[in-house]
Design a protein around this ligand. Structure first.
Ligand code: TYM
Length: 331
């Protein structure tokens, strides 16, 4: 039987956080042996918010190194840069014609980002989900491992694919999300009712994968909790619940097991343990990323190979789409 296809991507729009790691990249690593996997660096999505060009280029390479340092095996998967495969932009254009302005205006992320960057509500920001649909649909993807914040984008991807199939005949496979319950949403350490984000202005709100041990320890020490000094997860205790989620994700245990471990202990001990656990996982990833970044040619070769591989598959889908919509392709 043909292996199922898995697709996912992250934007090189800032330092990745432990939320990106737990919600997405770690799952990519675990799934890479079971599926035909495509992992992209979504630089075209990143420019929907202003980016410094030199920094964007550098972050793209850093992210490639980070994927590999986290355990993505470039021999097992196709690892590539989105803008290197022009089919993404091309398919997005066609899909635009099947997407309604009203539904894009209603997307949560569009509304959030428009509020955050009122001076730059550009068409790309609004079109973001369509480009994401193009990413996924080009590879006839079965499964998309993402954090919960991307669920709405997956739903619209399925809607657009179904619309195309209805109008032009069976062309796209309808993808399913793969959203693990534990870690699907890691929240801010300073505002635990909201998602931890790589673009948060408060540096204490997010733990970056690049943070050294002292920084990690300091951020967890300052994490917002409550005053009852009891390490249990509950809706009334979002700060402690978030820390328990982080701890159990990094320790590979359940929240219940973590609660048991900290029975009778105060927040001081608990926060120290969370910090140490996270720092222990990050240290080898950081060392490996640094080692990889020292060999730019090696990374360039991997990305080139990825681009060629991705292009081969993407071109097949795009040709089919162009034929179906009636674009002249020669006789
Ligand atoms: P991005 O770069 O914002 O995030 C990358 C992945 O990390 C997940 N994530 C989180 N998971 C748990 N807790 C958090 N605090 C947290 N923050 C982020 C995200 O859900 C995501 O899975 N639009 C995508 C990139 C993309 C994409 C795609 C993904 C472009 N094309 C095609 C899948 C398929 C994004 O902005 O990811």
């Amino acid at each position: 039987m043909e292996e199922k296809v898995l697709y996912s991507a992250a934007q090189p729009s800032g330092n990745l956080t432990i939320g990106n790691y737990i919600g997405a990249i770690r799952n990519w690593v675990n799934l890479q042996h079971e599926f035909t996997c495509y992992y992209a660096i979504a630089d075209m999505h990143a420019i929907t918010v202003r980016q410094d060009p030199a920094q964007l280029r550098h972050r793209t390479l850093e992210l490639a190194a980070l994927y590999i340092a986290c355990g993505i095996d470039p021999a097992q998967c196709t690892l590539y840069v989105q803008s290197n495969v022009s089919a993404h932009a091309e398919l997005a254009w066609v899909l635009n014609t099947l997407t309604y302005v009203g539904e894009m205006e209603r997307m949560t992320q569009f509304k959030d980002k428009s509020l955050k960057h009122p001076e730059n509500v550009n068409m790309g920001l609004m079109d973001y989900p369509v480009l994401m649909a193009a990413d996924i649909l080009l590879y006839q993807t079965d499964l998309v491992p993402v954090g919960i914040d991307q669920r709405q984008h997956l739903e619209i991807t399925r809607d657009i694919a179904a619309r195309f199939n209805n109008r032009y005949g069976e062309t796209f496979r309808l993808p399913e999300g793969y959203i693990v319950k534990e870690g699907a949403k890691i929240n801010s350490l300073q505002d635990p009712l909201h998602k931890m984000s790589k673009s948060d202005e408060n540096p204490n709100a997010s733990v970056y994968l690049s943070d050294d041990r002292d920084t990690v320890m300091r951020k967890f020490k300052r994490a917002v909790t409550d005053s009852d000094n009891c390490v249990v997860a509950s809706e009334e205790k979002p700060g402690v619940t978030n820390l328990l989620n982080i701890y159990s994700a990094f320790k590979n245990c359940t929240v219940a097991e973590a609660e048991k471990q900290f029975e009778g202990k105060g927040y001081g001990d608990f926060k120290t343990a969370v910090g140490e656990t996270v720092a222990d996982v990050l240290a080898p990833i950081q060392a490996e990323q640094k080692r990889l970044l020292a060999d730019k040619q090696y990374l360039a070769d991997i990305l080139k190979r990825g681009e060629e591989n991705a292009f081969r598959t993407a071109r097949k889908t795009l040709s089919k789409v162009y034929r179906k919509v009636g674009f002249y392709r020669g006789e």
